[in-house]
Ligand binder design. Structure first.
Ligand code: ADP
Ligand code: ASP
Ligand code: MG
Length: 417
């Protein structure tokens, strides 16, 4: 029998009424003749509350035991999966909840940001064979080889959903959320942002990795690798049939337009760190970024300044909640004699703004136009990075929303091409 994956995010399961509304949508797919794998997030706000409790219990600036963080923070999804299964049973739909270890969702890598390695399908398939129609899986969590629960990084339920769609060769992977699709930018910041009918895996991958939290980056990577038919749509509204949302698909499958810039993304919680006066010789960059990688710091932009007397400054950006982790790793490298910097500065008040579009591959001058628009608004650019299909800049956080709006307007993204 065909399998459909339906994922409901935090706002879509925020209380018992919302869970009932989501269960109605699941029922419609069951009545359409599908077996359904439902992936649920924690109730909105729950994961933040749990993270807060971890921080209050181990106030060591993010240096807590990550396996225990996972033990606590994964629990929100356990609650919603059980409640959803109960609600479906009340509607006479045979349903069973599954926590990560029960499936099992096998993970590797680091706690707090684990990767799904494999999802053996036997247990859930056996349950479908016994007549269960719906498997309600706790998103965001899995189990490490040593048996401990792991989480997949914030927003990780999207990745759970796509991984299940790939493992069960699902017909569709529908991500139900609080907006009715993927927009040219966050519709909460730009009122006239436009919903896209379709977006390519590559563009969505860039938007997600640059901060558009509507899909977790890893989920888009997996969807691209396994050719998962991935849709984002609204969980509000009555029926599932009049809900088109946005399809994430191959570039070749998008007929509409070859717009140069497709969307604008922002990432609010960025920090800029600068190592003042490090030696400018081979091996120094490795000596800086190796310990950072080993500590699990997600280094993003990197700039090395002009050398003066054989010494230089090295600047990089990372998420604000990893400042302590980064400082710790670099101070240790300094103590061990592997590094020799004069000072370590951090600015926790920056944001990253990016423009994304496949059309940038073939069109010159887009970066220049972006810088001009920001200059006209008086926004100073601190760091720049580019790739084939994106340009990102780091700016003072207080200009973030202004910059997003100005770029959206100037590239006329509100207009259908
Ligand atoms: P969920 O809890 O359902 O996973 P998220 O809050 O993680 O939902 O993601 C949905 C949110 O993503 C929207 O409410 C919206 O504010 C934000 N968002 C950011 N960029 C975009 C975009 N380009 N298109 C749509 N939503 C976006
Ligand atoms: N509940 C988790 C989070 O808030 C996972 C998710 O919602 O996707 O990050
Ligand atoms: Mg999300």
């Amino acid at each position: 029998m065909s399998v459909i994956v339906m994922k409901f995010g935090g706002t879509s399961v925020a209380d018992l009424d919302k869970i009932a509304n989501a269960a109605d949508k699941v029922k419609q797919e069951v009545e359409n003749g599908h077996n359904v794998i439902v992936i649920v997030s924690a109730m909105s706000g729950k994961t933040n509350e749990l993270v807060g409790w971890v921080k209050d219990s181990a106030p060591g600036n993010g240096l807590h035991d990550k396996a225990e963080y996972d033990a606590v923070v994964s629990s929100g999804e356990n609650v919603t999966s059980g409640l959803m299964a109960l609600r479906l049973q009340e509607m006479d739909i045979p349903a069973r909840s599954w926590q990560g270890w029960q499936v099992p969702v096998k993970c590797t890598g680091h706690h707090e940001g684990a990767r799904i390695d494999a999802i053996p399908s036997e247990n859930i398939e056996a349950s479908f064979a016994d007549g269960t129609k719906v498997a309600v899986v706790a998103g965001f969590q899995g189990v490490m080889a040593d048996g401990r629960t792991a989480t997949l990084g914030r927003g990780g339920s999207d990745t759970t959903a796509v991984a299940f769609a790939a493992a069960f060769e699902a017909e569709r992977c529908d991500i139900y959320t609080d907006v009715d699709g993927i927009y040219t930018t966050d519709p909460r910041i730009v009122g006239n942002a436009r919903r896209l009918e379709k977006i390519s895996y590559e563009e969505m991958l860039e938007l997600a990795s640059l901060g558009a939290k509507v899909l977790q980056t890893r989920s888009v990577e997996l969807a691209r690798s396994y050719r998962v038919r991935l849709r984002v749509l609204s969980s509000f509204g009555e029926t599932i049939s009049d809900n088109t949302g946005t399809l994430v698909c191959r570039e070749e499958d998008i007929m509409e337009n070859i717009r140069v810039v497709k969307g604008v993304a922002y990432s609010r919680d960025e920090a800029k760190m600068t190592l003042v006066s490090v030696a400018d010789r081979p091996g120094v960059a490795a000596a800086i970024f190796r310990p950072l990688a080993e500590a699990g710091v997600n280094v993003d932009m990197i700039v090395q300044n002009i050398s003066d007397d054989g010494r230089t400054d090295m600047t990089f950006s990372c998420p604000t909640d990893q400042i302590a982790l980064a400082e710790n790793a670099l101070s240790r490298a300094q103590e061990d004699g592997e590094l020799n910097f004069k000072e370590l500065l951090n600015d926790p008040n920056v944001a990253k703004i990016s423009i994304v579009g496949n059309g940038m591959r073939s069109q010159a001058g887009v970066a220049g136009k972006m810088f001009g628009i920001l200059a006209d608004e008086g926004v100073n650019i601190q760091v720049i990075t580019t790739s084939e299909i994106k340009v990102s800049v780091l700016v003072d956080r207080k200009y973030m929303e202004l910059a997003v709006r100005a770029l959206h307007d100037a590239f006329e993204l509100e207009k259908a091409a």
